[in-house]
Design a protein around this ligand. Structure first.
Ligand code: GLC
Length: 726
């Protein structure tokens, strides 16, 4: 690895154009097409061809072979021989796809998330990737927003814990390792707070909301050593994040001390014009660079105008050097100066892709991420059944990966049909898609056949949900129920077959309030990746018990959105008896036509066994800021199958200088218990957990009384008081 002095020497010999080139990031197409073909989309980059030799990084280059070919030519063309960074969106796997982050959020298994990302890094590095635009840590409270599938849900602390696990997984033994890739936390900040759940929309929120909810997970990434930050597309309090000096300089650089690369989102710099804050590309370059956005992704602003801005004295060459040095340092950390190809190895890709070990990790992740939302006792189905019908658009489809399944070959996914067939070798397994996965499908012509199949089977599994193409970027929706034909299918099948279960797929918490009324069992799989079908089969037929817990609340109605567990009390909270049902008019903060609480709230999830919480004890009930309180929770598996449970700890600050949530999730442990086994779990309360953002703009703890509870949101087994004393 080169020393900092060597990097400074390199910087000193670079021309202005060469320096600026390091801050330009283009699409792989710019290097893969030969010159005569570079028209149309490529020229959208508005860069002339000989500019290629200066470019510092690129994304979307498909595979290791291309990475090697492009890098080799680039080093020959670039006067300084500076290797490019090869980036890609490795969001939930590279070639072996595991569950989407929203599903992993239900696992409450940081170690498993780390293991998945370790696997993804090995595959990605072999496939020529140096940098992934992951983790995504946007707080997700609004299920209308399609990008909730990319994050870990509605709790900032928990999102930070899981994102830190991702960063550990991706970085492994260090960036210079051929099995590691650099990381980028996105989308900074408050991208999930877009008004109306509409993607890219303005986020108008208070400093208090930013500090308490929408910033902490990014800070957790900075503390975990994330290599890069990507500003969000949206405006935050009126200023687009890409040019938001308060976010990018005052908070990120000055307050948090982050001196890594800030990489714009796709064309976000030039889109400052459509935001209405810049009049032309030169203005875009000025605004973004002034906010210390170092790299301009897929837009002509820096390439076209940064030189002018420096020659005109708007920016100094020292400011340019500062950004260029950040990029050179990242390349140096990756070991690219010694080994410009990093881990690229096409033969290794072929060996790793969907190998048994990786498939096993993907299956385990899908099992741990599934949430049993309802079970009247029909699950697990017996493996002795003779006839099973799988009904619905997810019965045989390979499309159980997601919008962000990178280079994963979906045709190699284990479908639900294949999983059930493999597990029940002697049973007759019939699958009927019945309808499409389109959310507006109303064609009910195949319902009658499905009902007949269900009537004459031992069990009916309804494989329904929202297609992966309707979540992810630019996929906001206002009606997040199942499609009409799927709702009819579920209703009519369950009317004739009591041994029915609904297997639910999708990239967001759907509104399934209607189905919840009459379906005997609901197992949420989200978008479970390559081994989703085998995981679903093992869960449905009891080889493994579901252990996932909701990390993003399910609305009863889209009219509740955004709805989340850590609500504030208000001056007139809903009466307890009306929390889950429509409230009469009684001057409380409730709905006349719907319960206030989510249908399924944060931390909720059933098991095939039952757990009795026997006790919760505190080793003290008063603590100073230097102290901690040990919380011991004893629980017993009172059922007849071994299973995992997530022991969850919530705090409530009874009186504070701001209105605090009725409950805040602050610690957890997932443990396995054999039937009849009793275990005691130790959790800890420390002072940082008690901090709040005060009206004076400080993040501090305040002496006073708190409660500590165990259970899941709004459903506690024990609650005790303790005091923080001066
Ligand atoms: C997209 C996304 C961002 C992604 C980037 C590169 O528009 O907003 O999450 O990393 O472009 O693909």
């Amino acid at each position: 690895m080169a020393s900092e002095a060597k990097l400074k020497e390199l910087l000193a010999q670079m021309t202005l154009d060469e320096k600026i080139g390091q801050l330009v990031q283009t699409n792989g197409i710019f290097f893969l097409k030969d010159d005569s073909e570079l028209t149309g989309p490529a020229t959208e980059l508005e860069l002339d061809l000989d500019y290629r030799k200066n470019i510092g990084s690129l994304l979307n280059f498909k595979n290791a072979e291309n990475a090697i070919k492009i890098q080799k030519k680039h080093i020959e063309d670039d006067r300084n021989g500076i290797p490019m960074i090869f980036a890609n969106d490795i969001i939930h796997g590279c070639r072996t796809i595991f569950p989407i982050p929203l599903a992993l959020g239900a696992s409450f298994e940081p170690d498993l998330v780390e293991e998945c990302c370790r696997m993804a890094a090995k595959e990605a590095a072999a496939d020529g990737v140096h940098l992934t635009f992951s983790p995504m840590v946007d707080l997700s409270r609004d299920a209308r927003w399609g990008r909730v599938m990319e994050g870990f849900g509605e709790d900032a602390y928990y999102t930070g814990v899981m994102a830190a696990a991702q960063i550990r997984g991706y970085k492994g033994k260090g960036l210079s390792s051929k099995e590691s890739i650099a990381t980028c936390a996105k989308h900074f900040a408050a991208y999930g707070a877009g008004e109306g759940g509409r993607d890219y929309n303005a986020a108008e929120l208070s400093e208090h909301a930013l500090r308490e909810y929408f910033l902490p997970a990014y800070k957790a990434c900075v503390d975990a050593g994330v290599d890069m930050i990507m500003p969000s597309f949206n405006s935050v309090c009126g200023v687009p994040a890409t040019a938001n000096k308060y976010l990018l300089c005052d908070i990120l650089r000055d307050e948090w001390g982050f001196d890594g690369v800030v990489n714009s989102d796709y064309s976000a710099v030039k889109e400052l014009i459509t935001h209405g804050v810049a009049k032309d590309y030169k203005d875009c370059a000025r605004l973004a660079f002034d906010a210390q956005c170092d790299i301009d992704m897929i837009s002509p602003c820096y390439a076209g105008y940064l030189k002018q801005l420096i020659e005109e004295g708007v920016f100094s060459e020292e400011q340019l050097d500062r950004s260029v040095m950040r990029v050179l340092k990242l390349k140096n950390d990756l070991g690219l100066f010694e080994n410009p190809y990093h881990g690229a190895d096409p033969a290794l890709v072929a060996k790793l892709e969907l190998c048994d070990e990786h498939r096993e990790i993907a299956r385990r992740a899908a099992e741990e991420s599934a949430v049993l939302l309802k079970n009247n006792g029909v699950l697990p189905f017996s493996k002795d059944v003779k006839k099973v019908v799988l009904l619905g658009p997810f019965a045989t489809t390979y499309s159980i990966l997601s919008w962000w399944s990178s280079r994963g070959d979906k045709t190699k996914a284990t479908t639900v049909y294949a999983g059930v067939k493999e597990l029940l070798k002697d049973a007759e397994v019939i699958a009927l898609d019945v309808c499409t996965r389109d959310y507006n499908d109303e064609d009910e012509s195949n319902i009658a056949e499905a009902v007949e199949l269900a009537r004459n089977a031992d069990v009916a599994i309804l494989c329904v949900g929202e297609s992966g193409r309707y979540s992810g970027e630019a996929n906001s929706r206002t009606d997040i129920r199942l499609s009409k034909v799927q709702r009819t299918l579920v209703r009519e099948v369950t009317a004739v077959q009591k041994n029915s279960a609904m297997l639910l797929f999708g990239g967001r918490p759907l509104v399934i309030t209607e189905e919840n009324e009459y379906v005997p069992a609901i197992l949420e799989m989200y978008l479970p990746g390559h081994e989703g079908g085998s995981a679903a089969a093992r869960l449905l037929f009891g080889d493994v018990s579901p252990s996932g817990k909701v990390s993003m609340s399910f609305p009863r109605s889209v009219g509740q959105c955004p709805v989340y567990y850590n609500r504030t009390q208000t001056n007139r909270p809903p009466r307890a008896q009306y929390l889950d049902v429509p409230s009469p008019h009684n001057f409380t903060s409730a709905y006349l036509d719907c319960g206030t609480s989510p249908l399924f709230t944060f931390g909720y999830g059933l098991s095939y066994t039952t757990f009795r919480y026997d006790s919760m004890t505190l080793d003290k009930t008063k603590m100073t800021k230097e102290d901690t309180i040990k919380v011991s929770v004893t629980l017993t598996n009172t059922g007849n199958v071994g299973a995992k449970e997530v022991v969850q700890l919530y705090l409530h600050d009874l009186v504070a200088s701001t209105a605090k949530p009725v409950q805040e999730f602050k610690a957890f442990k997932k443990i396995y218990l054999e039937p009849g086994e009793t275990k005691t779990v130790e959790l800890e309360i420390n002072e940082p957990m008690l901090k709040l953002w005060t009206p004076k703009g400080e993040f501090i703890s305040e002496p006073g009384e708190f409660t500590v509870s165990v259970g899941y949101a709004d459903h506690f087994h024990f609650t005790e008081r303790f005091e923080l004393i001066d």
